[in-house]
Design a protein around this ligand. Structure first.
Ligand SMILES: [Cu+2]
Length: 182
């Protein structure tokens, strides 16, 4: 399995070298480098960072399978009990994706910017719980968040600018869903 993952990473890395002109950004990107030290320079340069897990999935009280694809956030279960909830995010698509966790703001009430992406700064204080930042297709990247009872919105907030100048917001394309914690 490890060998397979390494092969996939090499493939992804190769794609990153062949710059197709698309740019990827994600909210909360502070430019920090991978703590694992395994991310290749080319991947970082293209904006397609390797997986940086959030928290320790081994410490999660509950695991929720999440499948990220163009253009859907597909949850294995729609709800879970409060506590440390570990989202096991599998990117089954062809592009990098991420998972942003928002507390108490429904999909239709999300503040949007001009690109149709979530305007993080316009969220109410404390609504942005956290995120698993963009990671490549074919990989699985975990994120553990301590969640109180409530209604949450999960989304991918990647925006790509094509060479043509066309802007593609993954949120606008439909990568958003709701999740209930009881
Ligand atoms: Cu996405």
């Amino acid at each position: 399995m490890l060998a397979l993952v390494m092969v996939l990473q090499v493939v992804v890395g190769a794609c990153g070298d062949n710059d197709d002109g698309a740019k990827v950004r994600s909210i909360g990107d502070d430019g920090s480098s991978s703590a694992s030290g395994s991310a290749s320079g080319s991947a970082s340069a293209s904006g397609t960072a390797e997986c940086e897990p959030v928290g320790d999935i081994q410490e999660a009280d509950t695991r929720v399978d999440v499948r990220l694809d163009e253009w859907v956030v597909d949850l294995g279960v729609p709800a879970a009990l409060a506590g440390k909830i570990g989202f096991v995010n599998e990117n089954i698509g062809e592009e990098p994706h991420e998972l942003v966790v928002v507390d108490g703001v429904t999909p239709t009430d999300l503040p949007l910017d001009d690109d149709g992406a979530l305007d993080e700064a316009a969220l109410p204080d404390g609504a942005l719980v956290g995120e698993v930042e963009a990671f490549p297709a074919g990989q699985t990247c975990d994120g553990v968040f301590e969640l109180d009872p409530g209604e949450y919105t999960l989304l991918c907030n990647i925006v790509e600018t094509e060479e043509s100048g066309e802007v593609e917001s993954h949120l606008k394309e439909g990568m958003v869903t709701t999740f209930t914690v009881t």
